[in-house]
Write a protein that binds this ligand. Structure first.
Ligand SMILES: [Zn+2]
Length: 76
């Protein structure tokens, strides 16, 4: 499985209209939410779509994806 971590800074294949193609991952799970580093616009897409559109991981987030997902599903 492709690793997607919270806080990943990624380069997308398509340049955003604001001129930036760098984004940061702000939510993971079945749906992925990313924020444009140029204009702060937030976009949500499903996992497969994200992996397809992602060109490169520039900086990897600090916490392994499995650990973040486990915390998200833990009961309080
Ligand atoms: Zn933008």
């Amino acid at each position: 499985m492709e690793e997607i971590r919270l806080g990943d800074v990624v380069k997308m294949r398509k340049t955003h209209p604001c001129g930036s193609d760098d984004w940061t991952v702000i939510r993971i799970g079945a749906d992925i939410k990313i924020k444009c580093l140029g204009c702060a616009r937030i976009v949500m897409m499903d996992r497969a779509d994200f992996v397809k559109r992602r060109k490169k991981v520039l900086t990897q987030g600090p916490i392994p994806e499995a650990e973040t997902l486990r915390k998200m599903t833990e009961l309080p």
